[in-house]
Unconditional design. Structure first.
Length: 186
């Protein structure tokens, strides 16, 4: 089982989750925010939807800090998660210099960046279909990938966050999807 402790020494981590409505962007951010609270961090979460709930643009941002969050706005996140091409095209280049962009390699073609970012592509939707039997668990795959790539809140805290926000009938499949994402070598 993955370790519960965070190994990151930075005082603040800013993560922007982006994709299309219906991909569970807000749920992924909520699970991460809840996990960070469980792990004892200060947390701020914001969400934004496009004009349509399903299929429109969706964005959620999470700021996790070791101390009080005195500036609650995000301009250039440390990490950007992109689960759609439109999200990648709009948000990837807004990631801070030498930041991380995690994207669904089955849905996103990472073009137009200058090499100053660490790109991590994982077939999140494909993994979700295979291991959770639904593409809806791609958001959990990306949480696993994110915690592996940028360990901050701790894997055990993420598990607690999933338990807190998903009905019991969906737990097993979503936890399996998150574990597969966490175990990927990227």
């Amino acid at each position: 089982m993955p370790a519960a402790q965070s190994s990151v020494q930075t005082a603040r981590l800013e993560v922007r989750f982006s994709g299309s409505g219906g991909q569970g962007i807000v749920l992924a951010a909520t699970v991460m925010a809840d996990a960070a609270c469980t792990a004892g961090f200060e947390v701020l979460q914001t969400i934004s939807y496009g004009p349509e709930a399903r299929g429109g643009a969706s964005r959620a941002e999470v700021i996790v800090a070791r101390e009080e969050i005195d500036y609650p706005s995000m301009e250039t996140p440390d990490v950007t998660v992109c689960l759609s091409q439109a999200a990648f095209d709009k948000f990837a280049r807004r990631t801070r210099l030498r930041g991380v962009v995690v994207y669904d390699s089955g849905l996103v073609e990472p073009e137009g960046l200058d090499g100053s970012l660490r790109l991590l592509g994982a077939p999140c939707t494909e993994i979700a279909r295979e291991h959770a039997k639904t593409p809806m668990a791609a958001n959990m795959v990306v949480l696993g990938v994110l915690e592996r790539a940028v360990p901050f809140v701790g894997y055990e805290a993420l598990i607690d966050g999933v338990h807190a926000h998903l009905p019991s009938r969906f737990l097993e499949a979503n936890l399996k999807a998150m574990l597969v994402g966490y175990q990927l070598e990227l």
